[in-house]
Ligand binder design. Sequence first.
Ligand code: ATP
Length: 519
Amino acid sequence: MTSKQWLEQTSSLLECTREHELTAQFMRTLQQQLCLSDCVLLVPSVDGRRLILSQFRADKRLKVDTEADWDVTDFSHPFAHVLQTGKPMVLDYFSLAYWREEVKFVQLVSGLPQEINLLMFPLIQDQHVSGLLIFAVSVVETKEMLQDQQWQHYCGVFMRHWQLLNTVASQSGQASFLADSLSQAKDEIRHQKSLKALSQILVGEADKMYKLRGEILRVSGTDLSVMVQGATGTGKELVAKAIHEHSQRHDEQFVAINCAAIPENLLESELFGYEKGAFSGAHAKKKGLIAQANKGTLFLDEIGDMPLNLQSKLLRVLESGHFRALGASKEEHSNFRLVAATHVNLKQRVDNGDFRRDLYYRLCQFPIHVPALSERLDDLSLLVNHFINGFNRHHRREITGVRYETLLKLKRHSYPGNVRELRNIIEYACALTSHHGELEVSALPEFESAELIDIRCVSSVEGDFGDIEDLRLAVAEFERQVIRDRLDKFKGDRAKAAMSLGMPKRTFSHKCLKLEINE
Ligand SMILES: Nc1ncnc2c1ncn2[C@@H]1O[C@H](COP(=O)(O)OP(=O)(O)OP(=O)(O)O)[C@@H](O)[C@H]1O
């Protein structure tokens, strides 16, 4: 081949932009221009410990095992020697007989006829062997190839371009790795910001509140139906709104309805809407809540009170998105996300046959439990201050806080109405407090005695003190007995026991640990 032809081949090699394409073209050109029957390219592995097959052309004389790789520290095959010396090596039929140790190598050359040599040619880049070409060529061809500078120059250009493409690929790999890390860091910052924003609305430092806020953010990134369960006044509607606000749907409507507050026959028309004249009193067409919630969120509070016939209609909308307004001839479509809430044990209703099982499971794609206030009494003072601040903002007052005795009294209440009840109590007390004052015990409403957590103050201790030899031990024993008694009384509920003894739960738990009480 002439210099001009090699030059043409070289420039078309330089047009390759992908490593695989470059190698394929290189091998094709070598095979065609040098009229080779076999031509194999091995390259070092990433860790540099092995030679692996990159490409091979034809397979007439060399029996190439595509799975095989070659340990470069194993000198039982000649490739490791070429790699080490950086010089070409030629093995004729007779000298090949010396290389019988490595089975893979014996297999590779087992089809070589007597007049054919094995020529191994290192590809050198920056004084390192970066590849190894293996040819099966005649004696004459071997001589010509070793003398021909032009194809060797072509090999040099290939190696440089190959390295360049590899560098570019690894740099773009690093760039995309950096971009990924950056976007992960941004996601994390966004997540933390959302958690902070949520903690201003769903106030609480109890572990259960952290868990709740985490669940809200997790589910708001999906379109799953959510079932919010919890006692009355625990904040179920706040949870539903928060899911909407943090979801992709936040620019659309949040439509809420309380299934228990609406008579059975009205609930259907409220949800599905109706056409003019659908029933007596339907003077004009009315869009239902399901249609209003299109692209937004539909919140069905007290879902447990939904009548059975409506439950099946709701299930159908949830499965297909299709529904028919009362008196309408055509179906409509609504793409809404459903959040349902209940304070009753819905599973129990399912078992009793009062609630459809299939609907129950469809609604519970992501169940969320909202804790009762009694499960997180340590949050009480935080909540009290939150409501005082809310009251101050709303009524332009500057009530400075709450007195310790007031807090103690608040802690003795059992809150059947949960956080809503606490909010009402605080708002009532704020209304009775002067502009810059603190909430006094006298500002609190009278609690029903049934709603008070029973506190039995130990006013007198009877016993024979004559036996006491170590006061500290005796006091510890007394504390142990009181705490055990209180834990028994509240069936192991540490929050209630702590409150009944007028101490924070953390201090109580610490005492239990010190006194070795494990109940
Ligand atoms: N974690 C909380 N942080 C701050 N305020 C709260 C919290 N939980 C509840 N509240 C207050 O209690 C009120 C009642 O909450 P919400 O209506 O969400 O309760 P609910 O569980 O849906 O009640 P119901 O079962 O009666 O419908 C809220 O408006 C809010 O003022």
